[in-house]
Design a protein around this ligand. Structure first.
Ligand code: CP
Ligand code: NVA
Length: 310
């Protein structure tokens, strides 16, 4: 992963499959070393800036603790407290931050804005969630599956729900590791066709398939992992009532998971809404790995930070 030094992490589309696989492996290794109390202080003297335009529990805390464990420091900034909240151009902000920080992580409404920041910053920019992608989440997701299933290649993931940021990154990451992934969404909530086409190209090279359907049962059939995200993402709150209706046949419940392999893993990026996108019996049941998955965000962030900064 030394090839990643100085690189942005915006989508995982501009990473090679080998680089993605290495990051997942490194994350697992860092987890073991950290639990043994021996996390290497690879980022002594380095500072990560973190800009948030939206709420966060996992992303904020895992990046901050990850920097601490690697010997560096992280600085939290909400965009409304910065001059970007009053209209300072993101391009100027990128230039200015490059003079102070070693890397910047940003959670933003618009992926275009994050690209613009990356274009004008000379330091690496890490995407901590945009409208289109959540790459750091996908790394932790695949680490969780790898740690429990062993080999990733040849497995099948079913993503059921809204075809947006989390789904897009999961599809790209799955393609990089040779997992078959099926995305089942209601009509009108399909993933971005261009992103799917790019992921299909990557998947083909790794011998796997990326498919989109509106049929949740077909998606879940023989799946090794079933993945859910909220029906209403941050910023879409005014659509909540309509979405509750549109997604009602896409709940992950006992009837649906009966079509998966008996030892399927239930995954969710969190935060979750019990009895909306997932039945309580599933998310709090024996096949759920949500808290392990959330913990792995910490180790995946360290893998990313160490690779692009150390
Ligand atoms: N899954 C995730 O990104 O969680 P937060 O919104 O709490 O950061
Ligand atoms: N799709 C969700 C993910 C939150 C981690 C959102 O964008 O709000």
């Amino acid at each position: 992963v030394s090839s990643l030094k100085g690189k942005d992490l915006l989508t995982l589309l501009d990473y090679s499959s080998e680089e993605v696989q290495d990051l997942i492996y490194l994350s697992s290794q860092l987890k073991k070393i950290t639990k043994a109390g021996k996390c290497p202080r690879l980022l002594e003297g380095k500072t990560l800036g973190m800009i948030f335009e939206k709420h966060s529990t996992r992303t904020r805390i895992s990046f901050e603790v990850g920097m601490n464990q690697l010997g560096g420091k992280a600085m939290f900034m909400h965009s409304r407290d910065m001059q970007i909240g009053r209209g300072e151009p993101i391009s100027d902000t990128g230039h200015v931050l490059s003079g102070y920080l070693d890397a910047v992580m940003i959670r933003a409404n618009s992926h275009e804005m994050v690209k613009e920041l990356a274009d004008h910053a000379s330091i690496p920019v890490i995407n901590g969630l945009t409208d289109l992608y959540h790459p750091c989440q996908a790394l932790a997701d695949l680490e969780t599956i790898a740690e429990n299933k062993g080999e990733l290649k040849g497995l099948k993931i079913a993503y059921v729900g809204d075809g947006n940021n989390v789904a897009h990154s999961l599809v790209v990451a799955a393609a990089h590791v040779g997992i078959d992934i099926v995305v089942a969404t209601p009509v009108g909530y399909e993933p971005d066709a261009e992103i799917i086409a790019k992921a299909q190209k990557i998947a083909k090279e790794n011998g796997s398939l990326v498919t989109v359907t509106t049929d949740p049962i077909a998606a879940v059939k023989n799946a090794d992992a079933i993945y859910a995200d909220v029906w209403t993402s941050m910023g879409q709150e005014e659509e909540t009532a309509k979405r509750l209706v549109d997604f009602k046949d896409y709940q992950i419940n006992d009837a649906l998971v009966a079509h998966a392999k008996p030892d399927y893993m239930f995954l969710h990026c969190l935060p979750a809404h019990r009895e909306e996108e997932v039945a309580t019996s599933v998310i709090d049941g024996p096949n759920s790995y949500i808290f392990e998955q959330a913990e792995n965000r910490l180790h995946a962030q360290k893998a990313v930070l160490a690779s692009i900064l150390a």
